[in-house]
Design a protein around this ligand. Sequence first.
Ligand code: NAG
Ligand code: NAG
Ligand code: NAG
Length: 455
Amino acid sequence: MLLRTPEFSHLLTRRKLKMTPSINSVHLLLLFLALFTFSSSSAAVARPHALVAQLTKDAANLQYLTRIHQRTPSVPVDLVVDLGGRYLWVDCDTNYASSTYRPAHCRSSLCSLAGANGCGECFSSPRPGCNNNTCGVAPENPFTKTSTGGELAVDVLSLPSTDGFTSSSPASDPSFLFSCAPAFLTSGLAAGATGIAGLGRTRVAPPSQLAARFSFRRRFALCLPSTPRAPGALFFGPGPYRFLPSIDASQSLLYTPLLTNPISTAGTFVDGEPSYEYFIGVTAIKIGEIDVPVNKTLLTINKKTGEGGTKISTTVPFTTLETTIYKAVTAAFAGALANVAKAPAVAPFELCYDAKGIGSTRVGAAVPAVDLVLQSEKVFWRIFGANSMIEAKDGVLCFAFVDGGRKTRTAIVIGGYQLEDNLVEFDLGYSRVGFSSTLLFRQTTCSNFNFTTSG
Ligand SMILES: *[C@@H]1O[C@H](CO)[C@@H](O)[C@H](O)[C@H]1NC(C)=O
Ligand SMILES: *[C@@H]1O[C@H](CO)[C@@H](O)[C@H](O)[C@H]1NC(C)=O
Ligand SMILES: *[C@@H]1O[C@H](CO)[C@@H](O)[C@H](O)[C@H]1NC(C)=O
């Protein structure tokens, strides 16, 4: 069966043909057909409606992990999720064994697709991550703020398919492009993680690669769990995104445009490269529906310096605000809760309360809502107690936002805790972000997706 051939197998095929310049045209045709048949038959599992991966919360490091299956024979690989990361990278130094690993040869289309220039040599015996005449990229660890060189390669990757209700048999991409990294780059990652799944706005990050491979619109959705005990879900492709009992979180999303920051926010980048992170346009902040006075210049991305604005991040555990914004927001929040007894600060939080003084509701602690107002007064991301307050210590509830300092590059970084039990859809095709606000209102959580396979 000939499915619409995904662009990545074309690219791979072209590369193989270029490497065999001496054969005549009949052979070339046969070779082409053989490769074509090979790549389409391995991709010819019935085209999945969408894919789904588990997302688990690591309580020790406050990181979120996902699991893919990779290589031949296939093994589970746990990766930390970095929403703004450029591509997927894994430690190839430690136990990487696969019969389907293929490094990207210098000047091949794979290299240009990944923006990888240059041509590398490796002075050791050949193995995954160490081959001659291959191009390299710069995998990055946002926790240790380290980046290094890594060989670009392809290998089989598979994820459970889904109809949006349950997970089912895996779908495989026979030539998924990723970067190898040396073992030291995994330092600072949650236990068990051997790399990072970068989900940024590049052609080679999993959302775009999987969309091309399986012919769905470039769209993915993140539903981070609030507990380490049960996984949340990461969907690639269209909804429904259904959580038990029967809540389709792809319904009634509010949308806001994705903004482009023309200046890269990555650790290493070339001049002129835009940021691959997800920026949205917060125009005001309200606490208990009252406008908090903040410096609006900081809320706007400075097109020359790339400073300012608001981005969404899974590698920052709590929403981080530039100092003046932080002070204004905490003062407004403290003012609205003036009649509740305070408790001593519990780092990194400054504003804490005796939990006995605060009631609880279905959507968490009964505190004034924090609204991030977007493109109009009517479109705002409302943050309720479940996402604004954290029990930082027994009996102490703290306002779960942190001071990012004066020199912070991005004024507002919406972090993991504020995303938990919210479904956030990143629609690259339509350049927009859809958000659900807390699913607790709809009596479900991100941990209620019906995963029927352990994958
Ligand atoms: C790469 O080539 C150099 C010599 O040009 C050789 O010493 C080295 O072993 C080769 N490395 C691999 C991984 O084949
Ligand atoms: C607002 O922020 C901008 C950018 O940091 C700064 O240049 C300006 O002085 C600030 N305005 C006020 C009134 O503090
Ligand atoms: C989860 O999905 C499986 C397989 O489709 C189904 O048998 C099971 O009833 C579902 N569980 C719930 C609680 O709906």
